[in-house]
Design a protein around this ligand. Structure first.
Ligand code: ADP
Length: 492
């Protein structure tokens, strides 16, 4: 099978060109020859590219081998350039070979042509492979040099033969200060001796070691490195070097420590706050009871002696005491949900919702509310808290009803993105959702005179939902009803 060969032939004689073609064919090639005679033709062909070899006559009327060779060199293509000529002096031949011509053949002895082309093509392939390998090495070493992780290479005795700029930046050492030394130069002292022993054992048996190093910079400061050390083998398979790659973890460790500290702080503060809320609300009940009972006593004993103004003041006191009682009770309820809560178990939401409706029976009957229940799933949670959640949301839906309209409340659930999405929709007064965070404790959008309440209910709901690893939010428009959504994980 003849080998294809694309030849750019610089030649003015068609006869000579034919002789070259015959020689190539008999040498086992299927040559595709383009003959050029001028600089312009030569340039066009070089621009097109794709040549395997350039064969060039020495003297042409408009052109010469020297100029053609310069054009090939200037094109940057690694093309074997072989001169074919009958009348060249030795010094001219040497001059052109020095400039880069691959060979010089006598037209009268073309038998050398095929072996010369084969040799040159082989050499060109070798050169291309070498160039590619060099390029690979260049890219690799650039990657290592610019890498944001520190790289250190040692020989098998642990003598440092290379460190990258990141290593120098991390440690504060210049490259020349560490080459020829051992990694002990950055040893911090807090890495257990056993760790180093294991490291050597692992890498000398040809395996990769991963772990943490406590290191020391040139300025004496300490840091933690997450490290991976691997053996590198030579062509015979023998371990010749070790490569250590390290990532400075100090910042992350500090961040983790800070985070842990902050979480501990917050937990302590939260526990303290819960304890305070509980104790305060519990202890406040006692003086309040005294206040209420003595006011009642006062009213009973002196009711007849009181004029209308005194009776009005008395009513204010009773009212304030009642309101304070509500506040304290709600605060107590809140502090209970923010606390530990009871154990989680499988809970049928349909059952807890039905219980909430039983608790709300009076208000439902009084408002003539219509409640529609969709299918509710079983979840894992705290039964009492989930009942409280439904009771608060449905209770609000009844309380914030529109005057003159029958309250219609729809409770439903759907499975969405691996969790349950439960909604409580009403046709009540609605809210401007952008106004304020109504899930914040004591946040109310209405006065107590308009709608009774303490502003604790939704804060309790939020705590319950968060305790169950869910989210709660509201979608609403003033005058157009509200829908409260909450999610609960679908735990098997
Ligand atoms: P409370 O009901 O005791 O006022 P909540 O924390 O339950 O406290 O609610 C906070 C505020 O959010 C309410 O005062 C009211 O302004 C608004 N709100 C809650 N639920 C609804 C609802 N279904 N429709 C309209 N407004 C609501």
């Amino acid at each position: 099978m003849p080998k294809p060969l694309r030849v750019l032939l610089v030649e003015d004689s068609p006869d000579d060109a034919e002789l070259v073609e015959l020689e190539l064919i008999s040498g086992g090639f299927a040559p595709d020859i383009v003959r050029v005679e001028t600089v312009a033709e030569m340039r066009r062909c070089l621009d097109r590219g794709g040549w395997d070899v350039v064969l060039s006559d020495y003297h042409l009327p408009a052109f010469g081998a020297e100029e053609a060779l310069d054009m090939v060199l200037a094109s940057g293509q690694d093309l074997p350039f072989i001169i074919l000529s009958g009348m060249v002096r030795a010094e001219e031949a040497v001059k052109l070979m020095k400039r880069g011509a691959a060979d010089f053949l006598d037209k009268a002895a073309l038998a050398r042509l095929v072996p010369a082309i084969e040799r040159e093509i082989r050499d060109a392939v070798d050169r291309a492979q070498r160039r590619e390998a060099q390029e690979q090495v260049r890219i690799m070493s650039m990657a290592v040099e610019q890498s944001p992780v520190a790289v250190m290479i040692t020989d098998t005795k642990g003598i440092i033969t290379y460190v990258n700029p990141c290593f120098c930046a991390n440690t504060g050492y210049e490259r020349h200060e560490v080459l020829g030394r051992t990694p002990n130069i950055v040893k911090g002292g807090d890495t257990p001796v056993e760790e180093y022993r294991q490291l050597w054992q692992t890498i000398s048996s040809g395996n990769v070691w991963r772990g943490m190093f406590h290191n020391q910079r040139k300025d004496g400061s300490f840091y933690w490195d997450e490290a991976s050390v691997s053996p590198v083998r030579d062509l015979s398979g023998k371990v010749s070097h070790f490569v250590g790659i390290t990532l400075d973890m100090t910042e992350r460790q500090l961040r983790d420590q800070e985070l842990h500290k902050a979480v501990r702080h917050l937990t302590e503060a939260n526990t303290e706050l819960e304890r305070f809320a509980y104790v305060a609300s519990h202890d406040l009940q006692e003086p309040l009871r005294t206040l209420t009972s003595f006011t009642q006593l006062l009213d009973r004993r002196f009711h007849g002696d009181m004029d209308s103004e005194a009776k009005e003041y008395m009513a204010f006191i009773v009212d304030a005491a009642k309101r304070m009682h509500e506040l304290i009770n709600d605060l107590l309820a809140y502090s209970r949900v923010t606390g530990e809560g009871r154990g989680f178990a499988r809970v049928a939401l349909a059952d807890v919702c039905a219980q909430a409706l039983r608790n709300l029976k009076c208000s439902i009957d009084e408002a003539g509310a219509l409640i529609m229940l969709g299918d509710l799933p079983d979840v894992v949670g705290d039964e009492v808290q989930l009942m409280q959640l439904f009771q608060n949301l449905i209770g609000n839906a009844i309380k914030f009803r529109r005057a003159g309209a029958t309250p219609e409340i729809v409770v439903s659930a759907q499975h969405k993105a691996g969790e349950w999405l439960v909604s409580v929709r009403d046709n009540g007064i609605g809210i401007l959702t952008t106004e304020q965070d109504i899930f914040e404790i004591f946040r109310r959008l209405h006065t107590h005179a308009e709608y009774p309440g303490t502003g604790v209910g939704l804060a309790v709901c939020k705590c319950i939902v968060q305790h169950h690893l869910g989210r709660i939010w509201v979608e609403s428009k003033p005058g157009d009803g509200s829908t409260f959504f909450f999610t609960l994980p679908d735990t098997p």
